[in-house]
Design a protein around this ligand. Structure first.
Ligand code: ADP
Length: 596
């Protein structure tokens, strides 16, 4: 009897518990434009009244560091608003869309009526009080140059540093970069073996920029590059030590490759340092600088920002303000105004850049009478994703092992050449489209990661790359004439014999060759021209001080990174942009502390 009673009691308790907790969970997946097929898996739990109890992102193949802000924000918003119709997170829109789609799929597949949950709810943000802050050094922009400047300012004695960043996350364009960083250690065996030197880096940078780069700035860049790598390593950043390579348009084997994908290694490193020095360095996200202020003598003394809730945040800078706002590749109107190279860079031409690359720093410094140089020098790459313009989905590992094939199945340029020459050549091809083609020398298994943390096999599965045992099959998959492709590769392979860099040049003037493309399976992926880097900008000296239009220094104002001009000239070498952020970011931080 006792036993029966206890069993009945247990059943009653279980029933009561299940009645009280009537939540139901649904799991779904969705593709992402970054992570590919089924990149995101989410679980959404509804209460018995149909309201959202929780949303979790169980898996996300998008690049860590780039997708984090969406993963952290979208689920919380869905719960707070009890709606799946939420706004995407600026700067992480693709991951946001994938999370929203995974949640929608989960509920739809679970047979849930979405009418109520799809209602758009007003996000009520209470405006916080206006704020007034002071720091020795104030930095606008938490991209590569801005965070390097913040750390350098602290290391050079600043007791207070404030970085404002308009986006909900740090990283800017730098975090989206391929990660290649050019630097030469003159005394290393590698440099001797590669016939490289700081002076050769200098010469190639100056010549590659059509002699428009300021020699002093270029010398500052190349001669501090290796020290920059040591600085990064001193903060714990890891590089793939044995993988010095030639990045596209880099012209020489001197690019260092961080272990972490894209530019995420820089921000992992910088953020760890900043967290450990949070008594000095404060980073304010969602805070947009609107104006740089000056005192009655014309010395820059602070900034005025719009804060997260629309409030005004005024920050005084006792020593200096560093502008590190990046470029304007995402500002179509500015592109069209300044471009002197391409004819048109309207919205049909995509960009690799993040949403925040809108030229704010240019506009703010124009109001101070700053001098701008070479604003028409806008760099495009021939390596954009056909849908998004982003660099992700790029299957190449280095210049020496791949070719570009047009829709007719032919090669059309020196794939080891300058970025502008390659992009111009691509604009002349059918649909401005090409396929990067390589073989299994690059991908012995297909599971090797590209610079973006994606494997070739994942890209093939996602329909963003192609893989075939023979060139004929590959030609069929990508829709080009097989005989033309086979002939083009055979002709290319003739020049690969010996893989000697100093060997004969081919009909396009290519001199960088490695092993022939003859080891199946073969791989291909489509690419289009994409706006990448605005090389013109504000004129600085080698201490990162900013000139006005009369050739005088604007006291208290410093600039570093893509917002500056005169370093890369008419064509930036691949791998020099990250070097630029590290070298000039560090200098700007140091100069700003000194306030000179
Ligand atoms: P760089 O390579 O020169 O460091 P990035 O693009 O990496 O350039 O970083 C520039 C950063 O500046 C981006 O994170 C961008 O969102 C930020 N930024 C641009 N304009 C403003 C602004 N008005 N206020 C605050 N941050 C800004």
């Amino acid at each position: 009897m006792k036993k029966v009673l206890s069993v009945l009691l247990t059943i009653a308790l279980v029933l009561a518990a299940s009645l009280a907790v009537a939540d139901t969970s649904y799991t779904g997946t969705a593709d992402s434009q970054i992570g590919g097929v089924n990149a995101v898996t989410c679980t959404v739990t509804l209460a018995d009244d149909g309201s959202i109890v929780s949303v979790t992102v169980d898996a996300c193949n998008d690049t860590p560091g780039i997708c984090d802000s969406a993963v952290n924000t979208i689920p919380a918003q869905m719960v707070a608003l009890n709606s799946i119709n939420v706004d995407v997170v600026s700067g992480a829109s693709m991951t946001s869309n994938a999370i929203i789609a995974a949640v929608t799929n989960a509920l739809t597949e679970g047979g849930v009526d979405l009418t109520a949950l799809s209602e758009k709810k007003e996000v009520v943000v209470e405006k916080a009080a206006d704020e007034e802050l002071t720091a020795e050094v104030v930095i606008i922009g938490a991209g590569g140059a801005g965070l390097a400047a913040a750390i350098s300012a602290e290391q050079n004695g600043a007791k207070s540093v404030i970085v404002v960043e308009k986006m909900p996350k740090v990283g800017g364009n730098t975090i989206l970069a391929g990660g290649a960083l050019n630097a030469v250690d003159d005394r290393s065996e590698t440099a001797i073996k590669q016939n490289d030197s700081v002076y050769w880096h200098y010469t190639q940078t100056i010549k590659g920029g059509d002699y428009q780069g300021d020699p002093e700035l270029v010398m500052t860049l190349v001669s501090n590059a290796w020290d920059g790598v040591q600085w990064l390593k001193s903060m714990g950043m890891e590089f793939n030590e044995d993988a010095i390579f030639t990045v596209t348009g880099g012209l020489w084997e001197r690019a260092h490759k961080p272990v972490m994908p894209c530019g995420t290694g820089f921000f992992d490193t910088y953020t760890r340092y900043i967290d450990a020095h949070s008594d000095v360095i404060k980073v304010m996200l969602n805070t947009k600088a609107e104006e740089i202020t000056t005192d009655e003598n014309g010395r820059v003394n602070g900034i005025v920002c719009t804060g997260e809730t629309g409030n005004t945040v005024t920050i005084s800078a006792t020593n200096g303000v560093v502008v590190a706002t990046g470029g304007f590749s995402k500002n179509v109107a500015m592109r069209q105004t300044y471009d002197t190279i391409w004819g048109t860079l309207d919205e049909t031409v995509k960009s690799t850049n993040h949403e925040g690359a809108t030229g704010d720093g240019v506009k703010m410094m124009q109001k101070l009478g700053a001098d701008f140089i070479q604003m028409g020098n806008i760099q495009l790459l021939p390596l954009g994703d056909p849908v998004t313009g982003s660099l992700s989905g790029n299957i190449e590992h280095n210049v020496e092992t791949r070719v570009f094939i047009n829709k007719e199945g032919n090669r059309f340029c020196d794939e080891g050449g300058r970025r502008d020459d390659m992009t111009n050549a691509l604009f002349a091809q059918t649909d401005n489209t090409m396929f990067i083609v390589m073989d299994s020398d690059t991908y012995p298994t297909g599971d090797e990661l590209n610079n973006f943390g994606e494997t070739a096999n994942q890209l093939v599965e996602a329909g963003r790359a192609y893989k075939a045992d023979t060139l004929e099959e590959l030609a069929e998959q990508i829709g080009v004439p097989a005989d033309a492709l086979v002939a083009a590769i055979a002709e290319y392979n003739r020049y690969c014999e010996g893989g000697d860099k100093s060997g004969e040049k081919d009909e396009f003037g290519r001199s960088l060759f490695a092993t022939p493309i003859d080891n199946g399976p073969f791989y291909a992926a489509a690419r289009v021209p994409t706006v990448h880097h605005t090389m013109g900008g504000v004129r600085i000296d080698s201490s990162c001080r900013v000139y006005n239009e009369n050739g005088e220094i604007i006291p208290g104002l410093y600039a570093a990174g893509e917002v500056t001009g005169g370093i890369h000239g008419a064509n930036r070498l691949g791998g020099n942009a990250l070097t630029d952020t590290v070298v000039f970011g560090r200098i700007a931080g140091q100069s700003a502390v000194n306030g000179k």
